[in-house]
Design a protein around this ligand. Structure first.
Ligand code: ADP
Ligand code: MG
Length: 715
């Protein structure tokens, strides 16, 4: 069809009225060009046509597995329709190939009678079963086949919304691809494509929708993964250049008075980070820096040094924490220290009484305002006005909501910003995940920290493990037990339309069944002789959670069974044992975070990874945990072994980039490509900082959209 352009509204496509347009809108497609990015959620390998003899063999050797198969069959007999009950019908006929005969059955699809006539050839896609020795297909999908018919070898399966059908989606995407063929030009320069052995955008889109074969599909996925990282990186580089072109207060201060009052000497990593921060703040452009370090690596002391520099230079510094517990902890740590240096501080959080809150809010603005303000997102309330805000520090920024981050950005306009994070991110991913902000790493623990001894065990150790938990309890120590799910659930979805998934993700081998927190806690209660067991999970009410947590903190219970929702920042120094069930299910960074909950007191601590996995990669990942205690190294290994998926998804923590969801990048099995994409983007934006050259026009448009969408969402 001519006249359809990528920028045309979808309503210009044949058959698309307001209702279908609304459904397409739900999938993110308002314009024809958007259809190109409604990617299949799976594929059916219908081109892999089997003979009935082969299918019979499969059914006999592994009965009940029910993988869908593709068969090309000729209808042998006229289809017979029987009404078995009111509103219930069965359509039945036989069909054959050179190797045998199958029985085909359709329930409640009487209209199919007109589709099948003796001698007609069809490609069927469905699950085959042996019934009384006969191969049977029930409600298979069918396409007319035979001479002159071109059928797709690999059929895309699209996400749908009400009123949309697979065949219609295929047709719509086909029309979008036709428009793309004449209109689309590649936004990645030819030399970058060549160097990284990537296919063109046209080829990638054609083959991600209608793959010629599995190799073409893989090549398309690789190109699109590179693309995601490349465009986000380019956007990040540009956004930093813009940020840096603003002006910020020049802060030069002597922090010796503060350092000399600290009860310990800063570690080398802390000194280096403080140096990097002071250096940034002494420039008249805003600092954009993240301070990364494991739990316990001493981020607070570094933040204190930065805050002191700002405060003693006459500027206000705001420190924002994701929870009241953490805000109060910072306040308790810092207020006395700053007060001894003649600097006043204030605490602002939600639980203050209304009058008190108003008093603090009013005190923040004006000549004699406290120079250090610590709080929760209450700091973002519209009633809060700062006075000469010079520095904003956020702890665990990823735990703030999207709107809160946008609000924070507005409030801290023109100030230096420092973000603190305990989630170690591999170096190659930091640009893509944090944006092009500078990174300071606390990769050295304060002296005297003990390592948490980490072991992997399997089910055969169960008795000994229980004995060990009891022993800890009898010595007054506490144990965390983490399970991957809350309740037992059926793991297999048995959707009739479910299909052989040819997605690009590496196929996971079957893992052992999941331990569930609730039933597991009940079992432990029965089997432990000494230890008392409590549990906590994400679906409990806040009051119940608080009660369970308080019982564990006070020692009323010795064992806390939980899903991964244990509050960050909850500090139980008596906890000496972390048991993680189905450890193979967790990302390494997550395991590392969990391990960080123990070893906070004086006593020797352990982390026991329970896993029966036979999967080689899973086993290797668990070995990394046992031998490595540095969070950054753990993260690098995780990236190498599992690809970047966990870092991009992580419960949504890092989905920072508006429309870029890193869908293809997340299933990259070749992490080397990430670094290459980042480097290519850096080089390109260095050479053309405004993306103003003609060759970069297409990229400039994409990056512009990306920045616009992340501007109204997040930092
Ligand atoms: P986090 O990075 O998790 O925020 P904190 O700042 O809370 O870590 O520090 C953890 C503990 O380590 C605190 O008790 C702090 O007093 C202590 N600490 C921090 N820096 C040092 C250091 N250089 N030497 C000794 N102890 C330190
Ligand atoms: Mg901290």
């Amino acid at each position: 069809m001519s006249g359809i352009r990528l920028t045309s509204p979808v309503t210009e496509l044949r058959g698309i009225g307001p209702a279908k347009a609304a459904a397409l809108q739900k999938l993110g497609a308002a314009k024809v060009g958007d259809l190109l990015r409604v990617f299949p959620r799976a594929y059916q390998n219908r081109g892999d046509v089997k003979t009935l003899a082969e299918v019979g063999e499969i059914c006999r050797s592994s009965p009940g597995t029910g993988l869908p198969v593709s068969l090309e069959l000729t209808v042998a007999s006229e289809a017979r329709l029987a009404n078995i009950r009111r509103g219930m019908s069965i359509l039945r006929f036989k069909a054959f190939d050179d190797t045998g005969v199958a029985e085909i059955t359709y329930f409640n699809q009487p209209f199919m009678k007109n589709v099948f006539h003796t001698g007609g050839v069809f490609r069927f896609w469905g699950k085959a079963e042996l019934r009384g020795g006969k191969i049977t297909l029930t409600n298979p999908l069918q396409e007319a086949a035979g001479e002159g018919k071109k059928l797709l070898p690999i059929v895309p399966v699209y996400p749908l919304a009400s009123g949309l059908k697979q065949k219609m989606m295929q047709q719509l995407v086909g029309e979008a691809l036709a428009a793309a063929r004449t209109e689309l030009c590649d936004h990645i320069p030819p030399d970058v494509l060549k160097k990284n052995n990537l296919c063109s955008i046209g080829y990638a889109l054609e083959n991600i929708h209608f793959p010629a074969d599995t190799e073409a599909l893989a090549a398309a996925g690789r190109r699109l993964a590179f693309d995601e990282i490349f465009t986000v990186s380019a956007a990040m580089c540009l956004s930093k250049k813009r940020e840096k072109s603003r002006s910020a207060p020049v802060i030069k201060a002597d922090i010796f008075p503060l350092i000399s009052r600290m009860p310990y000497e800063l570690t080398g990593a802390q000194k280096r980070s403080v140096g990097e921060i002071l250096n940034d703040m002494a420039k008249n452009e805003p600092m954009c820096r993240i301070l990364c370090g494991d739990v316990g690596s001493g981020k607070t002391a570094v933040a204190a040094a930065a805050a002191y520099a700002a405060a003693s230079a006459g500027y206000q510094c705001a420190i924002m924490a994701p929870t009241e517990i953490l805000a109060k902890q910072h306040y308790a740590d810092l207020a006395p220290l700053f007060s001894s240096l003649g600097i006043e501080s204030a605490l602002l959080c939600g639980s203050l009484g209304a009058a008190e809150k108003r008093r603090v809010q009013q005190s923040l603005c004006g000549e004699d305002a406290p120079r250090l303000v610590i709080g929760t997102h209450a700091l973002l309330s519209e009633n809060v006005e700062f006075y000469r805000l010079g520095l904003v520090i956020t702890d665990e920024q990823h735990r703030f909501g999207v709107n809160q981050r946008a609000e924070l950005r507005r409030k801290s306009h023109g100030a230096h910003t420092l973000v603190m994070s305990a989630t170690p991110i591999p170096r190659t991913l930091s640009l893509v995940i944090y944006g092009d902000i500078d990174v300071s790493r606390l990769d050295e623990m304060p002296p005297g920290r003990q390592k948490v001894s980490t072991f992997r065990v399997d089910e055969s150790y169960r008795e000994r493990l229980l004995g060990f938990i009891d022993k800890q309890a009898s010595e007054g120590h506490r144990t965390y037990v983490v399970c991957p799910s809350i309740e037992e659930k059926e793991e297999q979805s048995d959707d009739a339309e479910e299909m052989f998934d040819l997605s690009l993700a590496p196929t996971e081998e079957k893992e052992p069944p999941m331990k569930a927190a609730v039933s597991y806690a009940a079992q432990l209660r029965e089997r432990l002789r000494v230890a008392k067991v409590g549990f906590i999970h994400g679906k409990m009410k806040t009051a119940e959670k608080d009660a369970a947590m308080a019982a564990f903190v006070s020692g009323e219970t010795d064992v806390l069974v939980s899903t991964t929702v244990i509050e960050v920042g909850v500090n139980v120094p008596e906890a000496t044992l972390m048991v993680i069930e189905n450890a193979e299910r967790f990302g390494l960074s997550q395991l590392h975070q969990l391990r960080g909950r123990v070893g906070r007191g004086r006593d020797k601590s352990w982390c026991i990874l329970v896993s029966d996995t036979k999967n080689e990669t899973s086993a290797r990942r668990l070995e990394v945990m046992c031998s490595e205690s540095d969070g950054f190294k753990v993260a690098e290994e995780d990236l190498k072994l599992r690809g970047p998926g966990d870092f991009f998804s992580n419960g949504g923590e890092f989905r920072q980039h508006g429309s870029a969801d890193m869908r293809f990048a997340a299933s990259l099995t070749d992490p080397g490509l990430i670094g290459d994409a980042v480097d290519a983007a850096k080089a390109l934006t260095a050479a053309d900082p405004q993306l103003s050259s003609a060759e970069n026009a297409a990229l400039s448009a994409i990056v512009g959209d990306l920045l616009a969408s992340s501007e109204d969402t997040v930092s």
